[in-house]
Write a protein that binds this ligand. Structure first.
Ligand SMILES: Cc1cc2nc3c(=O)[nH]c(=O)nc-3n(C[C@H](O)[C@H](O)[C@H](O)COP(=O)(O)OP(=O)(O)OC[C@H]3O[C@@H](n4cnc5c(N)ncnc54)[C@H](O)[C@@H]3O)c2cc1C
Length: 346
């Protein structure tokens, strides 16, 4: 069998799969319409697992746990220690109502993963781990091992490792995946996957979920950035702070995008994120607002990624929604399995 693979889409999912295939000896070409459209360029970079354990999303939690186990080897393969920016998370309820919501979420996670270690802490105890958290915080949970990566360093490291492994990236828009050369073709085009899958008879509906996100940079006068990912709830709204070498990423809103070009941040999203971030960690008020951006998450209907074989030549990996970075090693492992054992079902 000749082993040539064409990948449509050079986002985090396409690149992770492309690197895995190149490592297995496939000759891989990635076709990408443009890096500016990659959701992972704006993302927070949380490697969510327990923090993503929302009641009703059991299958997604299982996939997230499986992917979390693959991250250490994935990071070793990338070979850049700066990619990882946090090792653990604090799940935080700002008020007692927010904490009660979190209690439900953790009850669900424990029901699905009985051995999970998620100690519940008072606000004061959490402040021993992150001294800049606001006084009066109701409390939360410590999620050891649930870390984060720098999304942009991750994309750069993936690109570098893929090219070093002999892979090629072509900047081009693919209109018809069946016209590509290669024994196998992987559609990993984020939101663009629906139209491409339709051309090969596969129905893959996706929702575009827009999200605003901010980058705050520490100044000489500021408190240091947190060392944990802080995943909080305030007034019922989710808010997270993800450490970076020079500051913190603050995310993220989530609502239906008006269309694929609806990528400008709205004032209200930015205002709420800033207010919630400063309420969680008041010292952030002296940080510089370095960037306000928005991206669109390609989300499947049930929240579980679509990773499967379409026919004997075409595979698909899309629909990762709010977790595409966290789930990329799991996705790459699934695609690797389907490529190397074409007789297996997706
Ligand atoms: C605000 C925000 C915060 C997020 N935070 C996190 C987080 O903390 N943790 C996490 O795990 N995930 C997070 N995500 C989600 C994550 O970024 C996405 O799930 C992931 O990036 C999706 O990757 P993808 O490769 O499937 O799609 P995309 O990133 O959309 O990439 C698809 C690529 O395909 C290309 N393409 C499309 N059509 C074609 C075509 N016809 N021909 C050629 N190329 C084509 C596009 O140009 C693009 O480069 C966040 C997302 C957003 C928006």
């Amino acid at each position: 069998m000749r082993r040539e693979l064409s990948v449509v889409g050079g986002g985090v999912v396409g690149l992770a799969c492309a690197l895995a295939a190149a490592d297995d000896g496939w000759t891989v070409t990635v076709y990408d319409a443009g890096a500016r459209r990659r959701a992972a360029h704006v993302a927070g970079g949380m490697l969510g697992c327990f923090g993503e354990g929302h009641p009703g999303e059991g299958e997604l939690l299982d996939v997230a746990a499986a992917s979390a186990a693959l991250w250490p080897d994935f990071l070793t393969r990338l070979g850049d220690p700066a990619v990882r920016t946090a090792d653990s998370s604090i799940l935080l309820g700002v008020s007692s109502t927010d904490l009660a919501y979190l209690d439900e979420q953790v009850r669900f996670v424990r029901g699905r993963m009985p051995d999970v270690d998620l100690p519940r802490c008072t606000g004061n105890r959490l402040r021993r781990h992150e001294s800049a958290l606001a006084r009066g915080t109701a409390g939360g949970y410590l999620a050891e091992g649930e870390g984060a990566v720098d999304n942009r360093l991750l994309l750069a490291a993936l690109t570098r490792r893929f090219e070093q492994a002999g892979g090629t990236i072509v900047t081009d828009t693919v209109d018809d995946p069946t016209a590509l050369t290669g024994d196998q073709v992987l559609i990993a085009a984020g939101l663009g996957s629906t139209a491409l899958a339709g051309l090969v008879g596969a129905d893959v509906p996706l929702r575009g979920e827009k999200g605003e996100i901010l980058r705050l940079r520490r100044t000489r006068w500021s408190v240091p950035p947190p060392t944990h990912v802080i995943r909080g709830r305030r007034h019922g709204r989710p808010i997270y702070l993800v450490p970076r070498a020079d500051g913190v990423v603050v995310g993220a809103t989530q609502y239906e995008a008006l269309g694929p070009d609806d990528r400008a941040p709205q004032a209200i999203g930015v205002a709420e994120l800033l207010a919630d971030a400063i309420a969680v960690m008041p010292g952030l008020s002296t940080y510089e607002l370095a960037e306000a951006a928005a991206g669109i998450r390609p989300s499947s209907v049930d929240g579980v990624p679509v990773v499967r074989r379409v026919d004997e030549r075409i595979l698909i990996a899309t629909g990762h929604g709010r977790n595409g970075i966290a789930l990329s090693p799991w996705t790459a492992a699934r695609i690797r399995e389907l490529l190397n054992h074409p007789e297996r079902e997706g």
